[in-house]
Design a protein around this ligand. Structure first.
Ligand code: LIP
Length: 263
């Protein structure tokens, strides 16, 4: 039985999802325009965050806010904050690729306690509450049971445009790819973590990532029986660490050891 907070989060995610699906249909038409859909997607992203903020603030006016588009705002309740990426997988959305999600996390005293990752294009709503398990729609999620690296597949995000973490990520790939069954880069951290929770990926890692990208997925993996930690030691909430490594229980030590071996 979902809590009142989770029901509020699901309602907000679905309302924003309806707005994004309408805009996504327009983006597909704009691919051929010379200017491209960049400005249109920015407006879609900001409208989605406005919808989510309106819904969550109406229900819980004293919680803090951390949103990709509108930044951070402390709340009267200093122990709780919403962590929101209204459109995770923005570049996919921009190019008409149907792999993007609305990500909403509720953090209490530095720990994520409720999570929603909604993929409207595939009609999959991933959710979790601390101690109550993780679900996709009404189906309970469990991480994969694979024990050997050479049959496991992993996901990551490779920085585009030569961003700062590209050299480190290329070294990760050089060490990991020879000992696993493959690596996927599908462009949405929130869905990458949701897919680890669902057992579709056996693990995921990314450097140079934000709290709003990973906040909800962090709890999904843990509630599905997986492990998720910052790559480097970090004081404070793990979702603020700027990097992340996650896997099922059997592979986490070996996988995280490979990713951390250069740090
Ligand atoms: C994206 C992440 C993805 C990362 C991209 C980007 P956005 O978030 O979900 O994992 O590799 O660089 O940060 O910007 O689409 O919300």
């Amino acid at each position: 039985m979902a809590s009142a907070n989770l029901n509020v989060m699901i309602k907000a995610a679905r309302k924003a999802g309806r707005s994004l699906v309408k805009d996504f249909r327009e983006v597909e038409n704009l691919q051929v325009s010379s200017k491209g859909p960049g400005d249109f997607v920015t407006r879609a992203d900001r409208e989605a965050e406005r919808i989510i903020k309106e819904e969550l603030r109406a229900a819980r006016p004293n919680y803090g806010w951390c949103g990709e588009e509108t930044g951070t705002e402390p709340g009267e309740d200093p122990t709780r904050r919403w962590i929101v990426d209204p459109l995770d997988g923005t570049t996919n959305f921009l190019h008409g690729l149907p792999h993007w999600a609305v990500s909403i996390a509720l953090e209490h005293k530095g720990e994520v306690v409720a999570a929603v990752v909604f993929d409207p294009a595939k009609d999959e709503l991933f959710s979790a509450e601390k101690g109550d398990g993780a679900f996709v729609n009404d189906q309970r999620l469990r991480v994969s049971g694979r024990r050997d690296m050479n049959s496991a597949i992993f996901a990551t995000g490779v920085p585009f445009g030569g961003r700062g973490t590209l050299p480190a990520t290329l070294k990760d790939l050089a060490r990991l790819m020879p000992v696993c069954a493959g690596v996927r880069r599908w462009g949405s951290a929130a869905l990458d973590l949701a897919y680890v929770a669902a057992g579709r990926y056996d693990g995921y890692w990314e450097r140079g990532i934000n709290a709003w990208d990973v906040g909800a997925g962090w709890l999904l993996v843990r509630e599905a029986g997986g492990f998720v930690e910052p790559i480097r030691p970090h004081d404070g909430p793990g979702v603020d660490a700027g990097d992340v490594v996650a896997a099922n229980a059997q592979l986490f030590e070996t996988f995280s050891g490979i990713i951390r071996s250069r740090d």
